[in-house]
Design a protein around this ligand. Structure first.
Ligand SMILES: Cc1cc2nc3c(=O)[nH]c(=O)nc-3n(C[C@H](O)[C@H](O)[C@H](O)COP(=O)(O)OP(=O)(O)OC[C@H]3O[C@@H](n4cnc5c(N)ncnc54)[C@H](O)[C@@H]3O)c2cc1C
Ligand code: FES
Length: 292
């Protein structure tokens, strides 16, 4: 999981594409080369269609991979994902992948807490399967606005030792945010590691909870991406080790490395020079402004 395979371009075919929740679809792609090499937490850069709107590829996490196929959970938010939602079986696309550094699983991990908020479930399918394959006991805390937006519950129920859910409207599981669940689960169970994906504000809260308990925490960060391969700097993440590119250095980062506030980034706001610049004393003999 630590050694990311080299990315390649692959022509892929849509095998199935269905709506799984309001505004959310699951597309299955025949992509044998990528499916054989992608690691949990990595993503692909998908060219959804031809034309000017699609010159820039769209990044998507791989939810599951196997049998020559990739599964991608996607939320319809704009032009690209609307076209993706209409893609029919048999249609062709192409992708670059696998990209980025995914989740790290440290030897000896016995118990992992996985926290997924909304679409944050998208990079978690392969992760929980890999953890289960290694004999790690997985607790999943999942949150969504409503019960019908809790994604991939079947897979999570089948793979994780325990699943705890929270919904904003209380229609399934606890009423409230998933961060309420993660606070209890970190404090009470002291997992060996916490893996988090969801809205950045939620990730930050869980990272703080894990840090307070002394539990290592990894977060998958989303940034606008243009090139996806480290060349354009559109996806910068500020860290204690300088500025990193989410597409090649992430999207998974150690939460303790992340500078969550732009104001914490010394490269964004260089500290003022402690010594004021030397100002030459005016030469009383020199001509003033406007004087010849
Ligand atoms: C590493 C990574 C993995 C991702 N994995 C998934 C996934 O598994 N499933 C999923 O549904 N989405 C995922 N996203 C977000 C997804 O890439 C965007 O939602 C998608 O590119 C939007 O394309 P669009 O043409 O429909 O929207 P656009 O018309 O381009 O934009 C519509 C809205 O989406 C926002 N948006 C556009 N691109 C991104 C982006 N790269 N990141 C965040 N917001 C964006 C825009 O700011 C705008 O508000 C991921 C993003 C990254 C960086
Ligand atoms: S998207 Fe271009 S450097 Fe990351």
């Amino acid at each position: 999981m630590c050694h990311a395979p080299a990315p390649h371009t692959e022509s892929v075919t849509v095998i199935a594409n269905e709506r799984v929740a309001p505004g959310v679809g699951l597309v299955v792609l025949e992509a044998p080369r990528t499916a054989a090499s992608v690691q949990p937490g990595q993503f692909v850069h998908l060219r959804i269609a031809e034309g000017a709107d699609f010159i820039l590829r769209r990044p998507f996490s791989v939810f599951r991979a196997g049998g020559g196929r990739l599964e991608i959970l996607y939320q319809v938010v704009g032009r690209g994902t609307r076209v993706l939602a209409d893609a029919e079986p048999g249609e062709g696309m192409d992708l670059i992948g696998p990209l980025g550094n995914g989740w790290r699983v440290v030897e000896g991990t016995a118990h992992a807490l996985v926290v997924a908020g909304g679409l944050g479930a998208a990079p978690m399918g392969m992760l929980v399967e890999e953890l289960a394959r290694r004999g790690v006991a997985v607790t999943l805390a999942q949150g969504a606005p409503t019960g019908e937006r809790l994604l991939a519950r079947e897979l999570f129920e089948a793979t994780c030792r325990r699943v705890a859910c929270a919904t904003d409207d209380g229609s399934f599981g606890a009423c409230g945010f998933v961060t309420g669940l993660s606070a209890d689960l970190i404090e009470r169970d002291r997992p060996d590691v916490v893996y988090v994906c969801g809205p950045e504000a939620m990730e930050r809260v869980v990272a703080t909870q894990a840090e307070a308990a002394g539990v290592p925490c990894q977060v998958s960060l989303e940034r606008l991406m243009a090139c996806g391969v480290g060349a354009c700097l559109s996806c910068v993440v500020s860290t204690h080790h300088g500025r990193k590119r989410a597409c090649v250095d992430g999207p998974v980062f150690d939460a303790a490395d992340v500078l969550w506030e732009a104001s914490e980034d010394p490269e964004a706001h260089p500290a003022p020079d402690p010594k004021p610049p030397a100002v030459a004393a005016p030469d009383p003999a020199a001509p003033g402004r406007g004087e010849a």
